[in-house]
Ligand binder design. Structure first.
Ligand SMILES: [Zn+2]
Ligand SMILES: [Zn+2]
Length: 195
């Protein structure tokens, strides 16, 4: 850690920070601690998240009844620039014979978000691990995020929100189910038709 602090100090000084003021003397250490905390998703294992048995009664309940959780706030580091992107996740699934505690959905989102990653991969990993853990009839994941790597650097001045969706199972084949997911998330708004 000591050695890393020296590297960070050297890099920050090269960019113009005065590393020897009372306010900045500990900055390399604090920076490294913040990086460590922001990437502790690597320590987690989705297999440790408990699932509960339930009963599939078949019929429309099992094909269509959604569990939707969100917004789940997340913070992440873009693997291309090592700068933050942050936003909201909404996760939905249609249970078959297994369910998961709602707080565990939050844990799952943060597990994959608190890493060096990209928004698409977070959504994919959430969808795939829910699929593998619960064998549900469907999984829906919606993420929107602000990417500081584009916004801070002025690469893009507008369109500050990047949206990604992932669908598995029944959501793939049933557009009405996707609409219902958006409505449950409060993301659906009236779009005027073509004039
Ligand atoms: Zn980036
Ligand atoms: Zn079922």
């Amino acid at each position: 850690m000591r050695q890393f602090e020296e590297y960070v100090k050297e890099i920050f000084a090269a960019f113009g920070m005065d590393p020897d003021t009372p306010a900045t003397r500990d900055t390399p250490r604090r920076f490294l601690q913040a990086m460590f905390d922001s990437t502790d998703g690597y320590e987690g294992d989705p297999k440790l998240i408990t699932v509960f048995d339930t009963e599939c009664r078949g019929g429309p309940d099992c094909r269509l009844s959604q569990v939707v959780e969100g917004p789940i706030q997340f913070f992440s580091l873009c693997e291309h620039h090592a700068l933050p992107f942050y936003g909201r996740a909404y996760v939905g699934y249609i249970a078959h014979e297994q369910i998961i505690g709602l707080s565990k959905l939050t844990r799952l989102v943060r597990l994959f978000a608190k890493r060096f990653t990209v928004q698409e991969r977070i959504g994919q990993q959430i969808a795939d691990s829910l699929d593998a853990m619960l064998h549900p009839h469907g999984v829906a994941v919606y993420l929107d995020a602000h990417h500081l790597c584009t916004q801070m650097r002025g690469v893009r001045e507008t369109a500050p929100l990047t949206r990604t969706t992932f669908w598995r199972g029944n959501y793939e084949s049933d557009p009405a189910l996707r609409t219902e997911f958006y409505v449950a998330c409060g993301l659906h708004r009236f779009e005027p038709g073509p004039r």
